[in-house]
Design a binder for this molecule. Structure first.
Ligand SMILES: [Fe+2]
Ligand SMILES: [Fe+2]
Length: 209
């Protein structure tokens, strides 16, 4: 018996992060960085991605691996350590990208930014596979109801939380999209799905990516 029976949101978020890297990378190739509107739109889209990825990893470290550590056996603690150290590896690349996007200008080196996205995608892909295969089952084994509630509360307070659901569904298979919306209780979904979807469409149009 686990308090986190359904870990599909984690898996679907991972896929969305990977798609987003490809989306921003292709946007970067397409736009003229001397065009202020296009440049600011891309930077805004990147900011959403970066904040969401930072938030995802901090939440896992703090509320998931961080809280189950004291119950885990030595072999499981080793896996939890690997999860946190993989987050740190990605943080180093994400920080470089954060700097590149904060100072994005007509003179920015598109190839250097793309190289960092490739590096991030490679470590993110390895980490997601690793976490889904062996990290999540350890968390499911030991997570307490209180820690899970705090984790869910933390996710609801994510920066741009209202964009997350439609973004996770953007480019996903219809079955994944319905699974994603399906984690919300029906009456809540009925009200917020159209609201969030409209907001995400506006955000996408404003960013131009
Ligand atoms: Fe994750
Ligand atoms: Fe993770």
């Amino acid at each position: 018996m686990t308090v986190m029976e359904d870990a599909s949101m984690n898996t679907n978020l991972h896929a969305a992060f990977k798609r987003e890297i490809a989306r921003i990378k292709s946007g970067l190739q397409r736009i003229d960085l001397a065009d202020t509107n296009a440049r600011q739109g891309l930077a805004r889209r990147y900011e959403f991605f970066s904040q969401s990825l930072h938030h995802h990893h901090q939440g896992e470290d703090r509320y998931l691996t961080g809280t189950v550590r004291s119950s885990a056996d030595p072999a499981e603690v080793e896996v939890l350590d690997q999860m946190e150290s993989e987050h740190q590896t990605m943080l180093a690349t994400l920080n470089l990208l954060d700097e590149q996007f904060t100072s994005l200008s007509a003179e920015s080196d598109k190839a250097a930014i793309s190289d960092n996205f490739d590096l991030l995608l490679s470590s993110l892909s390895q980490h997601c596979d690793h976490e889904e295969a062996v990290g999540v089952p350890i968390v499911q084994k030991y997570l307490t109801e209180d820690a899970y509630k705090e984790f869910m509360q933390y996710n609801r307070k994510a920066p741009n939380a209202s964009l997350v659901f439609p973004w996770v569904c953007d480019g996903a298979d219809p079955a994944v999209a319905s699974q994603t919306w399906g984690v919300l209780p029906g009456p809540v979904r009925l009200i917020i799905k159209p609201m969030m979807s409209r907001k995400y469409q506006r955000f996408t149009a404003d960013c131009g990516v």
